[in-house]
Design a protein around this ligand. Sequence first.
Ligand code: ADP
Ligand code: ZN
Length: 293
Amino acid sequence: MLAGVELGGTKCICTWGTGQDDVRGQEVIATGPPAATLAAIARVLAGWDFRALGIASFGPLELDRASPDFGTILATPKSLWRGTSLLPLAKDMPCIIDTDVNGAALAEGRWGAAQGLHSWAYITVGTGVGVGSVSGGRILRGAGHSEAGHQRIPKLAGDRFGGTCMFHGDCVEGLASGPALAARTGREAALLPSDHPAWNHGAHAIAMLCHNLLLTTLPERIMIGGGVTNGQPQLLAMVRDHLANSLADYGNRGPVDQLVVPPALGARAGWLGPLALAATIIDEPGQRRSLQK
Ligand code: ADP
Ligand code: ZN
């Protein structure tokens, strides 16, 4: 038995089970101030019997085990949560903490559109742009977790929009996130017509991100989810067109409609992510030492 906690900006989903076809319990808790929210989650977990816990959280997170702040939420715009440690949720339980997007990437590998692959990437385009990369079946980690959504890319010729990223301006997130589309057009992204020219800018930025990922972390497939992409089904074809132009057949990677696909789990990837994280503890006892504090 596993337990998973998805920590989101508006709600937290606690799940007890082993996978999408075996859910024994699920509780949704509104995200409020950190102490009260974590206490409510801990009360839910205390009622369940499980062997491993996965926590998938909004980021950024400190995931360097050498750091005294391991398991802490870093410079999030949700300022109350800055500096909050998620470790107390684990108590003495084997536990993996990772970003929501890394959790979703693992869930797609276990139950979704990346089954049977060795290496894949999951991109979410929503309030921000997040990337989870899996290489050889494992989440790609280094000095922390991926921040590939903040990479700098060329813009469409003549584009003078400065972007919305508070750190970089026109990085991918600053050009393709929901708030970026809203800033470019003066209208909420969800209310823009599907043929609005602004979508071409967003699609181009995501295609540049895919180009760079395909040639660096070498995913066999890229899944693109998140509120913006899910709400704008026309975007996927636009991303594929820009990507095909950009790749120019280089690298012999095959047709773009097989390289870039929608996620199979949709909204379920959120709560399945932490279960997939927890499952890695059971699969590979060696992970216990490497990922758990
Ligand atoms: P988050 O990134 O906060 O986890 P989501 O992935 O749901 O959450 O993304 C939220 C973003 O998606 C918001 O910027 C919102 O404007 C945008 N969004 C929601 N629905 C649509 C839609 N139908 N079309 C375009 N953008 C949308
Ligand atoms: Zn940025």
